[in-house]
Design a binder for this molecule. Structure first.
Ligand code: CO
Length: 208
């Protein structure tokens, strides 16, 4: 791709927005009030705003390899803190995707250097759900299931944070686990029972 093309695309985009609303960027510069915090994968095929059909200002976005929420990662923890405490989002979404390279890599025993500690968080998900996963003989199906279980475990990591627990008590914030099906383009709601998981998690992780 010609990098200069991006600046041309940007000019066209600015013009398109201004053609619809002359004050578009003036309004955008006044501040943000997003309803959703979206945590997704960095994969170039899995966009955030585009697949959800949301406009600038509507979703606060964090992306990393395999949509992880490790409690030692200052970046994702700061994003959650800022989105929940200051922007006061009412929904936190963890969105995984089938054919995720990060999840695939975690299923293999290869030494990947700096990626090892990151992928270990996914291997931990595998360990927690080892019985269920090992019963799936079809490797492709096992891989898909690990993608889903990883989303579920990252939702649990979101619930473990003091900010989300407080926001749940104060304004009923909800956490959603989704998977983007790269084969069909469809977004799948894993329908994770937030309140049930929350109760289980709170038994051990309650922070007041
Ligand atoms: Co991915």
């Amino acid at each position: 791709m010609d990098i200069k093309k991006i600046f041309k695309n940007n000019q066209d985009w600015v013009q398109d927005k201004l053609n619809i609303d002359a004050n578009y960027f003036t309004n955008l510069s006044e501040g943000q009030n997003p309803e959703i915090l979206y945590i997704g994968c960095s994969d170039s095929r899995v966009t955030a705003e585009e697949l959800m059909g949301v406009s600038p200002g509507e979703a606060f976005i964090h992306r990393n390899i395999a949509n992880m929420v490790p409690n030692t990662d200052l970046s994702v923890m700061s994003v959650i803190d800022y989105a929940v405490l200051h922007l006061k989002v009412n929904h936190v979404v963890v969105c995984g995707h089938y054919n995720c390279g990060g999840v695939k890599a975690a299923m293999q025993s290869q030494d990947l250097g700096i990626l090892n500690p990151w992928l270990r968080n996914i291997r931990d998900v595998y360990r927690i759900h080892k019985t269920e996963l090992n019963e799936i003989s079809d490797e492709e199906k096992r891989y898909k299931r690990l993608v889903e279980l990883n989303v579920q475990e990252q939702c649990i990591n979101v619930i473990k944070t003091a900010e989300v627990q407080r926001a749940y008590r104060e304004r009923g914030i909800t956490v959603h686990g989704w998977v983007f099906d790269i084969h069909s383009g469809r977004l799948i709601d894993l329908k994770i029972d937030f309140s049930k998981i929350l109760q289980n998690v709170m038994e051990i992780y309650r922070l007041e």
